[in-house]
Write a protein that binds this ligand. Sequence first.
Ligand code: SF4
Length: 176
Amino acid sequence: MNINATLINLYHVCPRECWLHTNGINMEHTSDTVYDGKLLHETSYSQRAEKYTEIELSATLNDEITLTGKIDFYDANEKIIHETKRSDKVEEAHEWQIKYYIWLLELNGIENAQAILEYPTLRHKSLVVLNDADKQHLLSIISAIAQLKESDICPPKINAKICKSCSYYELCYIDE
Ligand code: SF4
């Protein structure tokens, strides 16, 4: 079974969104937020590609689960991941996605990496590090995602503020 950074992120936003995504129900093409994010990535930060490296990582957990992740901007000299996002509405999910990347680096023999999470449009940035408790949390989340992937039952709606900007909004609430 494969688990990637997108699933780690989505699970922290909404387990239902994670389930819909992992079952191939994708509506991101209808999401302005996703388009906006791609535009931010391709325009504002194109110069970063010259300075930092893009790396793809993988690791196997208990001979059962393959963990994968692609870091777009990695400073190999300083061991710092640079991650940019437009909105901080799901900042916690962003942080766990990045902690997952740091952990993947560690599983590949790169110890003590850190990350800078930036919201350029908000002029806000924060340092993200990984500790032992974070690793335990990631292990439990990976186990929960593995169960979710094997389940035929779609988790309940979360009825949260974030639903209004979710690409699955119509699918979730069309009958209400
Ligand atoms: S609309 Fe809300 S409940 Fe539905 S998938 Fe998105 S975040 Fe989850």
